[in-house]
Design a protein around this ligand. Sequence first.
Ligand code: HEM
Length: 497
Amino acid sequence: MISALVLIIVTAFLIYYILKPKLPPNFPPGPANFPIVGGSLFLSKIGKNTHDAFHKLGDLYGPLTGLYLGNLPAIVINGYEQAKELFARDDFNHRPSIFSVSYPWGGRALGVFFSNGRLWQENRRFALRHLRDFGFGKTSMEGLIHEEAEECIETMNKELKKTKDSVITIHDKFGVSVINILWAIMGGTRYRHDDEEFKKMLNVIQESFRSGSPSGNLVNAYPFLRHFPYFKQNFQALVSGAEAIIEMLEKSIEEHKKNRDPSAPRDLIDVYLQAIEDSKDDPDTVFFKDQLVQLCEDLFAAGAESTSNSIAFCILHMVRNPDCQEKVQKELDAVVGKNRFPSFEDKANLPYTFAVISEAFRISPVAPISVPHMNIEDTKLLGYNVPKGTSVMVNFPSINLDKKYWGDPEVFRPERFLDESGNFIKAKLDHVHGFGAGKRQCLGEPLARMSNYLLVAAVLQRFKFEIVPGQPKPTTDPIDGFTIAPQPFSAKVTPRY
Ligand code: HEM
């Protein structure tokens, strides 16, 4: 009996020892790692959500923390200088392969977000060049964004007419506008804001973002788990958003094929179809149909949720800080007036409005953790050994909420971005991160910033947003996921004119 017990204990120890992740010598310090889950249990114990846990790793282990996420070595970076070093390094420009992302393509990493090598480089360059040609982030987009602002305001006015107390939900008001802006560039049709089918699809996309996590989840580390209860559901939520968008994109691409005129491309899909045609005899071509679908899906998925949640967070901060909201509205009234929407050109004359948008993004960056970067050769980072295949992520709040730089980082105080004469201090934006930097920097940043500014300014010009009478301030604590979202919130909304 005793010898059987000893045998069980010794075997258990042996299995534990064999499965326990082996950290390389001189790897950054970090928590204990257990077989299968690595340091994930520790993370769930120390933080309210992934980025909160990553933040605490910084307090516990310093700017670089080494740990295992599932079965993969990872480094979490907390700190401005350390993040700058990572983003400047071309040897960390690879992306790890993520099972749930490549699953719809039979294991191929397509698109630009998670692709690598020549496929990534040439498609990123192609997308940037042609998106610019179609007005991406330029003033020519302004009219389109203003049309969406008008629709958005009209939808809110219609909803307000149906209420007795002028209370409506806010978190869900910007998704359709942002998608219509993205869709217009890519080549899709415009959706009405009350289209029920479209709203359903939007929900599926949002669900899939809430089910993910920048640090990955167990199904991505151990794909066989997707066949088991609980994991099956989680995995389905993760891939169903992508599958819904892929279906819609494939339909649109087929329509483009039927009626495009090669001499007059209308949008990104048209120019890409031409690139496929032009390279059809090249066996090494990086332009092909599945790649086009995933490229559009990347732009759509990366841009829609993040931008609309950014706008919603900004309005949330306005509800919580009525004095700041009043100052924005005074500035808008004085500079823009009431007869037109704020324009791109007004930007320079709206320093307070800009300070508010920057402060909201500093406190609530919707992608708080960079997409994982990876090295494909053994290397060193800031003196530590980094074995090939390590995922390296930056925790942006460690920069945006750095006490040493900001003094009172938790306080919403737009004035921190203004000098004594009320001018916007652009240099401070260097310490507000959320789009990454270097060669993997967000490809949609100009469009995201422009849509954010024009839509926020337009709705603040037209409406006053207040705390719902008798209720506490809506919380800034986010819902966690691949990106973060504000918790559903409502406000008392009063048209200003
Ligand atoms: C507020 C809005 C947005 C935020 C906060 C955001 C944030 C980010 C972040 C943090 C990354 C990863 C950077 C890194 O790996 O270091 C990224 C990558 C990317 N973003 Fe955005 N993004 C936003 C909007 C958009 C929009 C509107 C688009 C498309 C139209 C877009 C397209 C992409 C793409 C394609 C990548 C992958 C780039 C690559 O790997 O080469 N994003 N974004």
